[in-house]
Design a protein around this ligand. Sequence first.
Ligand code: GRF
Length: 197
Amino acid sequence: MSRVAVFASGTGSNFKAIHSHLLAYPDAARPAHQLCCLVSDKPVCGAVAWAREMGIPVVPMTYAKGLSRESVEQILLDELRPFQPDLLVLAGFMRLLTPVLIDAYAGRIINIHPALLPRHPGAHGIADSYASGDRLLGITIHHVDYGVDTGRIIVQKSFERTGRESLEEIEKHLHELEHATYPILVASMLDTLHAQS
Ligand code: GRF
């Protein structure tokens, strides 16, 4: 069994999709994996509410005034230790990570972005790609490095737009793609980590 910690700051729809997939996942050919905890910088958000409802431990990340991002991550590393995560999965986590956490989990932190990187990085990937003239829109799952959405790309899924869709329709389509892709990729990475352990 491998363990995954999910990081989320918002609605948590990807977090829920990953959780549901891992619960349904074990079969004769594959090992079960555990979503060991949710890490969140927002004490009140959809992801935290879902975690509490499902009995998933919540590890708060408190960016208190006067505390450096590095210190916050150092505290988090100590709090994560008992959960022994093999993989850290960012799913709508709206904070930039520093080398403290990234180096501690080198090669084992991934993120999902609602645009076809390297186009439209940053916090407004959906609005930016909608406003662009891009014919192809889509999502990217990538490793996390020190930059903003610059890490090595693992997978991208795209679709062609007609140009007649509203922003809401594009957003819905992107989220559907995310939910269909991220849980499967996470489970497959957990399989690989399990096989290597
Ligand atoms: C997703 O669109 C993801 O690509 C981006 O943040 C959003 C999170 O949505 N990084 P949710 O909280 O999983 O619903």
